[in-house]
Each structure stands twice: as structure tokens, then as C-alpha cells.
Design a protein around this ligand. Structure first.
Ligand code: DGL
Length: 258
């Protein structure tokens, strides 16, 4: 049975096109829901900004989604989650806000003794949230944070394959013995879009794990708990907004969602 709240759309936010990797998973699990996506590509990347800057941009994005009448919000950005999730939840008490963090838990569970590399933005890796996560698993595996400044920019410009990307990634992994890596955590929502290139650079041996599944399941659980899951008998609609107001970025967004 639908109530007024349950027929509202779900809002997704990221610094750019990255959060679409999470929304894609949510659509797979809940195709009947309506989705509104806001990418802040004009301000991307967030990962090299200050925490206060990212907080302000994230609050603005959440205001935008609320103005569109959403029933829940997914901060589909590891960087914005680490900078702003606590403040957001304290401020917006009446709307479920779901964040994302590097999927270290499944990486530790699935990998067998080798090193676990966490690829993420510089901000995600220095913030308190990640430090707490690291501490929790430090005894169970050798965890190596790998800040990847520059990778978001490539993906934002539509580069998800090719020589430039392969050479960028090869340089990132140059100091790490690839044969000893058992898992790589994609701790930024942009990175699943270059999963194939990462696998190629690593010789297709390591497990590549991202947080989209956990986040989509948590979203479904929260909607269910709040009694605001949509009507399963229909097919939902998707609307994409971007602060960059250019056709190119909207076209790229729909392409990445396919
Ligand atoms: N997709 C964002 C994340 O998950 C990228 C942040 C950025 O813009 O640097 O961290």
C-alpha cells in the first residue's frame, strides 16, 4: 500500500558522476523507485578541498535534493560522507541519510592473507571516519591506503579506458608488489567506472571491491524500516541534474548508468 511519503523519489548526491555507480546498484535492487541524482561536477574534485568547503557544498546539495521532494538521501560520495555525514544527520533529523565508506569489511573477509589496498581520495584517507575503520581491521590484514588525486578528474572528463588511464594507474601502483595484493577496495564512487583498467594494471589477479552493494542494501533496509518503500508493481523514473549545466555531462551520466 502506498502512502504519501513512499511515492516520493530517492535523492542521490556525489561531487560528480561517481555516485551513479551506487545509484545503478540501487536501481538494480529497487527498480520500482523514482530516483533524482545531483552531481556537483562544477566543483569536482572534492577530495583535494578542505573539510569545511566539502561540508558547505554537501549541505547545498542536500538542500537542492530536499527542494525536489525526496524521501531519503544517499550521499554517494566517500569524501562528502567522511566530511559531512555527522553534521547532516544532526541537522536533518526527519529524513534518512545514508552514506558510503570504503568497503574494508568485505575485503578483509574475502581476501586471503595478502595485502589490501584502499584506493580513495586524499581527504577520505585522512579523515577520522577512515582512521576508525582502519583501526578496526588493522590486526586482520595488511592495509595500505593509496590516495589517488587526479583519477576523479579523468573519469569526470569521460575517460574510463585507454592509454592515458592505464599509464596513470600504473604509476599509482609502481611501488607496490602486485603479486602480493589480494584485494583492492575502490573507496571512491568514481572508481568502479575504471574497474577494468585497474584489473588490467594488476594483471587481473586481485579482487576489486566497492561499497555500492552495501550502500544499496542499507538504503533498502532503511526504506523498509521507515515504511516508505515504493510500490513494487511499477517501473521508476530517473532524473539527473548536474551543477555543470552542460549536455555533455548529462550524456556521460546516462552512459555510465547503462
Ligand atoms: N566520488 C567521490 C568519492 O567517493 C569523489 C570525490 C572527489 O570529487 O574527489 O570520494
Amino acid at each position: 500500500m502506498s502512502n504519501n511519503e513512499s511515492i516520493k523519489p530517492i535523492g542521490f548526491f556525489d561531487s560528480g558522476v561517481g555516485g551513479l555507480s551506487v545509484m545503478k546498484k540501487a536501481i538494480e535492487y529497487m527498480p520500482w523507485e523514482d530516483y533524482i541524482y545531483f552531481g556537483d561536477s562544477i566543483n569536482a574534485p572534492y577530495g583535494t578541498k578542505t573539510v569545511d568547503e566539502v561540508k558547505e557544498l554537501t549541505f547545498n546539495a542536500v538542500e537542492f535534493l530536499i527542494s525536489k521532494g525526496v524521501k531519503a538521501i544517499v550521499i554517494a560520495c566517500n569524501t562528502a560522507t567522511s566530511a559531512a555525514i555527522e553534521d547532516l544527520r544532526a541537522y536533518y533529523k526527519n529524513i534518512p541519510i545514508i552514506g558510503i565508506e570504503p568497503a574494508l569489511k568485505p575485503a578483509v573477509e574475502l581476501s586471503n592473507n595478502g595485502k589490501i589496498i584502499i584506493m580513495a581520495t586524499p581527504m577520505t584517507l585522512v579523515e577520522k571516519k577512515f582512521k576508525t575503520l582502519m583501526k578496526k581491521y588493522a590486526q586482520e590484514a595488511e592495509i595500505i591506503p593509496l590516495p589517488c588525486a587526479g583519477l576523479v578528474e579523468l573519469i569526470e572528463s569521460g575517460i574510463t579506458e585507454g592509454d592515458e588511464l592505464i599509464s596513470f594507474l600504473s604509476k599509482k601502483f609502481i611501488d607496490i608488489d602486485k603479486d602480493t595484493i589480494s584485494a583492492v577496495v575502490l573507496g571512491c564512487t568514481h572508481y568502479p567506472f575504471v574497474k577494468n583498467a585497474i584489473a588490467k594494471v594488476l594483471g587481473n589477479k586481485a579482487l576489486l571491491i566497492d561499497g555500492s552493494e552495501g550502500t544499496a542494501k542499507e538504503l533498502r533496509r532503511r526504506l523498509g524500516k521507515g515504511g516508505i518503500l515504493g510500490d513494487k508493481g511499477r517501473k521508476g523514473e530517473i532524473t539527473i541534474y548536474n551543477s555543470l549545466q552542460e549536455n555533455k555531462v548529462i550524456e556521460l551520466s546516462y552512459k555510465l548508468l547503462k
